[in-house]
Design a protein. Structure first.
Length: 199
């Protein structure tokens, strides 16, 4: 089985701190105009063609994860978020089968190898921001765990300045195509070496 490959044409150079989000038309607004600064980010684009490759990507990512890392997964239903997380769990050597936590919101998988626990969260049904997730104590769990949040965009960014966003795009419509375009966006200095770490 061939491992997922980087797509150099789709990779972008790291953004630098202090740059601002592009305005429509591609212009970058000066910070004095009230634009929001974009944190340092490194983007890596990959193509995955099977569930096995998605799980393998999770195992590869697990090698670079450390306690305190926040991973946010974005993708429509069936895109492969839980499959990727299953690979993360295998790579981290945690206890228990990694399945979708939809009905329990969060599951904690303790390490079997003296590494960080995996906290797997499904934020799909949580409409609000971090306040609505306080009962999960993610801010308490994060320093000694790897926290993976499905559907976390707009809800958990306040947990960590440095975070890894994983965006999974699949073919839409009535198709059984297993091809996925995966974009990893490492935000903050913690992820400056993401491209090299995955090589």
């Amino acid at each position: 089985m061939e491992a997922p490959h980087n797509s150099p044409a789709a990779e972008t150079a790291p953004e630098t701190a202090g740059t601002t989000a592009p305005e429509p038309g591609g212009a970058t607004a000066p910070e004095s105009a009230g634009a929001v600064p974009v944190p340092e980010a490194v983007t890596v684009a990959l193509t995955v063609t099977s569930p096995d490759q998605m799980q393998d990507l999770g195992r590869r990512l697990a090698r670079v994860l450390a306690p305190g890392d926040l991973v946010m997964l974005t993708g429509e239903l069936g895109a492969g978020k839980t499959t990727l997380t299953r690979g993360l769990g295998e790579g981290l050597g945690v206890r228990g089968a990694v399945t979708s936590p939809t009905f329990v919101i969060a599951r904690v998988h303790p390490s079997l190898v003296e590494g960080p626990a995996l906290v797997h969260v499904d934020a799909y049904r949580l409409g609000g921001g971090l306040d609505e997730m306080e009962d999960l104590d993610l801010d308490v769990s994060l320093p000694e765990s790897v926290v993976v949040v499905e559907w976390g965009d707009g809800k958990v960014e306040e947990l960590a300045d440095d975070r890894l966003r994983v965006l999974i795009d699949r073919a839409t419509g009535d198709t059984d195509d297993e091809r996925r375009e995966v974009t990893l966006v490492g935000i903050g200095a913690r992820w400056a070496g993401l491209r090299a770490d995955l090589a």
